[in-house]
Design a protein around this ligand. Structure first.
Ligand SMILES: [Mn+2]
Length: 349
């Protein structure tokens, strides 16, 4: 019996070794193509809050969940920056758990993009940075921290993809991007105008995110809007903001209105996607779900058109407030991040 067991054990070991050696070549790999990015600067930069060490970089969960040998972090052209923060959320809190849920779900996103015919991560490399720590001193201090961290990522020459978190994370991300692209405009997918001057005692509220940018002179185009105040409506008219309200964006063909969005934006664009722009039937996991939103393919059509006509310099996906046990919204968010990365680098004019 002992002998037989040993033989069986040896048999298993041999079989395992053979499988490892025979391993089939990865048919999904394609040659790296030129990307519209400057070369990488040396890594990493000091004075990262909280203090960064080799032990904390990268974190234990990385976007797409790839083993390090398949996705070397030091060569990555893309940096995913999680910002688990939801201090000023008005209705349903939980966006602080969004980044982790997106990272978890991303492990199940297939890396071959069937629409583009490319393996986006194999060509670009995606590093996942440690999350930005929440700042207890208040919303303005948190925005300052986000801008500081984002500026360091920009200094490394990486393409910044931020995962929110509530929408107030966007103004500091855009401010960091503007240091490198001062003439950029912002494309906002959202159910809400986010054009309040201040809200609940602070201009750094999620409901004021786009006002902060417009007030700083940033050109803005909005798609999917279906919730705003009378004052925000007046501001849209007075400032000449390009707003495609949801009733048009959802019920009319994209081709009938997308040119207005393209024309309103400068050559360089920062894209901010508040996931509540999508319909709650496919994206219920947001802090303030609004009926009548975009579906999956219409969302992609908008992003594809903008990526094909403009140079997207950075983007964020915000406001996922995960529902425990209901992973479809988390996966949608992860796949949306990956799709937009592909559009950004492979459809760029
Ligand atoms: Mn919103």
């Amino acid at each position: 019996m002992v002998l037989l067991r040993s033989i069986l054990l040896i048999g298993v070991q041999v079989q395992v070794e053979v499988e490892v050696q025979v391993g089939e070549p990865d048919a999904t790999r394609v040659e790296t193509a030129p990307c519209p990015l400057p070369p990488l600067a040396p890594l990493p930069v000091a004075a990262y809050p909280p203090p960064m060490s080799e032990d904390r970089y990268p974190p234990y969960l990385s976007f797409l969940g790839l083993p390090a040998e398949d996705n070397p972090q030091e060569d990555a052209r893309v940096a995913v920056l999680p910002i688990p923060y939801d201090h000023t959320t008005s209705y349903q809190a939980g966006a602080r758990r969004g980044p982790l849920a997106i990272l978890e779900a991303s492990a199940y996103v297939e890396t071959w993009d069937d629409e583009l015919g490319r393996d986006t991560v194999a060509e670009l490399g995606i590093a996942t940075l440690p999350p930005v720590a929440p700042e207890a001193a208040g919303p303005a201090a948190m925005q300052a921290r986000i801008e500081r961290v984002a500026a360091e990522v920009w200094a490394q020459g990486r393409f910044v993809v931020a995962l929110g978190g509530e929408h107030s994370v966007t103004p500091p991300l855009v401010r960091a991007a503007r240091r490198h692209h001062p003439d950029l405009g912002v494309l906002q997918l959202d159910a809400h105008a986010d054009l309040r001057v201040d809200y609940e005692g602070t201009p750094s509220n999620h409901a004021c995110a786009m006002y902060q940018l417009v007030d700083a002179g940033v050109p803005l185009a909005q798609v999917g809007i279906r919730s705003l105040t009378a004052q925000e409506g007046v501001l849209i008219r007075e400032r000449g903001i390009c707003t495609v309200f949801a009733h048009e964006a959802v019920t009319r063909p994209v081709e009938t209105w997308i040119d207005r969005v393209i024309d309103a934006l400068p050559e360089e664009v920062y894209v901010t996607i508040d996931l509540d722009a999508l319909d709650p039937s496919i994206m219920p996991a947001t802090g303030t779900p609004e009926p009548g939103g975009l579906d999956w393919y219409r969302t992609l059509a908008v992003l594809r058109a903008v990526a094909a006509h403009k140079r997207i310099v950075a983007f964020d996906v915000v406001e996922l407030a995960p529902h425990p046990g209901h992973v479809a919204p988390d996966f949608l968010a992860a796949k949306l991040v990956y799709k937009l990365l592909g559009y950004t680098f492979f459809l760029s004019p």
